[in-house]
Design a protein. Structure first.
Length: 172
């Protein structure tokens, strides 16, 4: 794919997109007996029928190679109490699972205990886009629990509080 020369500086792009508040998730997988996981906020729901989502991995992220090689992964949506987990899985070059008791889902993928939601995915397609690899996941199984989400805004963890005044849930 040929790209037009960038006129927006990467740091400006990062800072500007940082105004778009997101949740935080850890992507986990297992390849050749080794667990892998990394913190992301590029998670996006793509399609409801069939259920598809995507995650963008920066080039060189160890976990993206493992996800693609394994062909499956889990999305663990973090709760407001799991900031330490988000930090742990964002440290480059570390053994992200050191000292953590491993739990597995029904598809033999390691999962983060007490996450707000788990979505089990098969890798549906992989696209190269700029300095990232976009991995689409076909969602095979889900579960969720009540709790407050961990947010990310302007480069910092934040809280996301539902508006009490909202009369109904808006689902699209
Ligand atoms: C809140 C937050 C969100 C992040 N989102 C992403 C993301 O969407 N994609 C990405 O490639 N890295 C993201 N990172 C950085 C990775 O978590 C970090 O580079 C990690 O160490 C990569 O691990 P690995 O190379 O072992 O796979 C994020 C970090 C934080 C703290």
């Amino acid at each position: 794919m040929t790209m037009a020369p960038a006129s927006v500086d990467p740091s400006v792009m990062r800072r500007t997109m940082g105004r778009f508040a997101t949740g935080v998730a850890v992507i986990t997988t297992e390849f050749e007996g080794e667990p892998h996981g990394m913190t992301v906020n590029s998670l996006t729901s793509v399609s409801l029928d069939p259920p598809l989502l995507l995650v963008c991995f920066t080039h060189g992220a160890r976990s993206s190679d493992a996800v693609i090689a394994a062909g499956r992964f889990a999305v663990n949506v973090l709760s407001s109490r799991q900031e330490a987990i988000a930090m742990r899985f964002a440290k480059r070059g570390e053994d992200h699972f050191a000292g953590l008791g491993l739990e597995y889902d029904g598809h033999r993928v390691p999962v983060v205990p007490r996450a707000l939601a788990h979505l089990d995915c098969d890798v549906e397609r992989v696209l190269d886009a700029g300095d990232h690899t976009v991995v689409f996941g076909a969602v095979r199984d889900v579960c969720s629990r009540e709790g407050d989400p961990l947010g990310f805004f302007r480069g910092q963890f934040s809280s996301i509080v539902p508006h009490d005044s909202e009369p109904e849930h808006w689902f699209f």
